[in-house]
Design a protein around this ligand. Structure first.
Ligand code: NAD
Length: 516
């Protein structure tokens, strides 16, 4: 793995495993602070990073602003060419990039390959989009006038990302920002600094080949203090933040105080309804992938299963059997479906949630036990492995409101579809939802205005595994943002309405007479 890091990180590779605090284009800055990054796979120190100092952050923002003034005038299809060059490099480095994701986040390697594919897919989408940043032409009520919309670049974009999709979420934001004419500053999760550095370096080499300026892309490492300085800055045109609802609330309040723009992709508390007519075999497969994929650490992970009471026993029995045999361990071993959780805190919070659920009347069906793993030298290591859990609980229990970012599935039962939809919509978050039914009316009701209140609503498939072509995001405490496909690009631009008078009169709108 060290050889892969050396190749992908190039000049940024640190022999002593200590990385900088900020990367402004191709310059690296360091600071006194030294923060260890612990590998979720082994529980051992992986690398260390520093946190950026205020003067460095100011420098990064000023450079991003200066570069924005240049980049905004490069024609959009040419900006697309830069993203195409980046995608070429990402395609060639797919396995290496996936290795870095699995090393840092503990994501099973197959899923890491999928994440890099998602990064490549969104590049392709953005390249096409770079010729389609359309505005409307609107009929005007005034003679000899033309009214039209134009979309223009907005300015430097700060991209804050979470540990669980350390490359794809940046790619959603970075590729659209770049084709829209904006410079980018990335504040990645402190758990996954090398994923960020690897993408940044590939982008820099694409920028070099393109003939652009390295200052188009920067990275700032840090936590609350560094994020606050970035998001408070008046020159940051858009803060795109992905992470927990608590982080989103903190960031949103600060940006709102300066009347800035945010794009929020926050926590989920996703549910699936299983109806009496459901194809149970398909439903069980969908539940298993949605609940256990990425070890229960996807924003779209299935957290609540709402099963018709006639099927509850059958579904629980099947799930219990699967949960008890699921293979957990080294994410690089293709036989393992689940890797570790991200850190000790994640293990602790899963255990606390299980205990709280039990104290609120829930019944633990299975799971929640720590699993130890053996290193390839046969030594016991303390990666953060735990068995996935199922708790049978009343949907009214307080704990069900919370997103526990771990493989913990709550199971509820229902008797009427109205009741099931009410349970599905009863939490604060509104990201992803699903229904399994063969009854067309039930499926249509679920996707109708009186159905699910989420941003992602699926029929006969699970809650996770979205494609990049659709707009991704959710309602309520999930933050309301939409990223990736459809017309999500509009969030990265400013809309200008132009009205042009090509006549020799000055008619006023609404028929107002103002003759002098
Ligand atoms: P997190 O909120 O702990 O961290 C996310 C980012 O915000 C990191 O870069 C972190 O350094 C920063 N941050 C954290 N607390 C902060 C604070 N108080 N002030 C400023 N910055 C702060 O999230 P995580 O543990 O990395 O990721 C898991 C969470 O992310 C889950 O809630 C998950 O649902 C959510 N998520 C959402 C989406 C989505 O698209 N909706 C995608 C991925 C993850």
């Amino acid at each position: 793995h060290e050889a892969i890091l050396k190749t992908v990180l190039g000049d940024f590779y640190a022999q002593d495993k200590h990385y900088g605090s900020a990367y402004l284009g191709d310059q690296c800055f360091d600071s006194e602070t030294k923060v260890d990054v612990i590998s979720p796979n082994t529980g051992q120190k992986f690398v260390s990073i520093s946190h950026a100092q205020p003067d460095v952050i100011e420098n990064v923002i000023n450079s991003a602003k200066t570069e924005f003034y240049h980049w905004r005038s490069v024609p959009a299809p040419q900006r697309g060419e830069l993203v195409r060059l980046f995608a070429e490099k990402a395609r060639a480095a797919k396995h290496q990039l996936a290795t870095i994701i699995s090393l840092e986040s503990g994501k099973p390697f197959q899923e890491s390959l999928g994440e890099v594919q998602e990064l490549i897919d969104v590049c392709d989408f953005a390249v096409g989009l770079s010729r389609q940043l359309y505005g409307l032409t609107i009929a005007t009520e005034r003679p000899n006038h033309r009214m039209m919309e134009q979309w223009h670049p907005i300015g430097p974009v700060v991209i804050i990302t979470a540990f669980n999709f350390p490359m794809a979420v940046w790619a959603w934001n970075a590729t659209l920002s770049l084709i829209c004419g904006n410079s980018i500053i990335w504040k990645p999760s402190s758990q996954t600094p090398l994923s960020a550095l690897a993408c940044h370096r590939l982008l820099l080499s694409a920028i070099k080949k393109f003939g652009g300026n390295a200052e188009l892309s920067s990275i700032v490492f840090g936590e609350k203090t560094q994020v606050e300085q970035l998001v408070d800055h008046k020159d940051i045109a858009l803060v795109s933040a992905t992470g927990s609802c608590a982080m989103g609330r903190a960031v949103n309040c600060r940006v709102a105080a300066r009347l800035g723009r945010t794009l929020l992709e926050l926590g989920g508390n996703n549910a699936m309804i299983v109806c009496p007519s459901a194809d149970l075999e398909l439903a069980i497969r969908a539940i298993t992938f949605s609940a256990l994929g990425t070890s229960g650490q996807r924003c779209t992970t299935l957290r609540r299963l709402i099963v018709h009471s006639s099927l509850k026993y059958q579904v629980l029995t099947k799930l219990e059997a699967i949960y008890n045999t699921v293979s957990i361990g080294d994410p690089f071993d293709g036989l393992n479906l689940m890797g570790p959780l991200i850190n000790q805190q994640a293990i602790d919070s899963m255990k606390v949630s299980i205990n709280t659920a039990i104290s609120q009347g829930g019944k633990l069906i299975t799971g929640g036990e720590r699993v130890s793993n053996l290193s390839n030298k046969g030594k016991e290591e303390h990666g953060f492995y735990i068995t996935p859990a199922i708790v049978d609980i009343d949907p009214q229990a307080d704990i069900v409101q919370q997103e526990t970012f771990a493989p913990l599935l709550y199971v509820h039962s229902y008797d009427s579809l109205d009741q099931a939809i009410a349970i599905q919509n009863s939490v604060c978050q509104g990201l992803s939802s699903a229904i399994f039914t063969k009854d067309m009316a039930e499926a249509e009701i679920f996707v109708s205005a009186k159905g699910s209140d989420c941003g992602l609503v699926n029929v006969n498939m699970g809650t996770s595994g979205a494609e990049i072509g659709g707009a991704f995001g959710g309602e309520k405490d999930t933050g309301g943002g939409r990223e990736s496909g459809s017309d999500a690009w509009k969030s990265y631009m400013r809309r200008m309405t132009n009205t042009i008078n090509y006549g020799s009169e000055l008619p006023l709108a609404q028929g107002i007479n103002f003759d002098m």
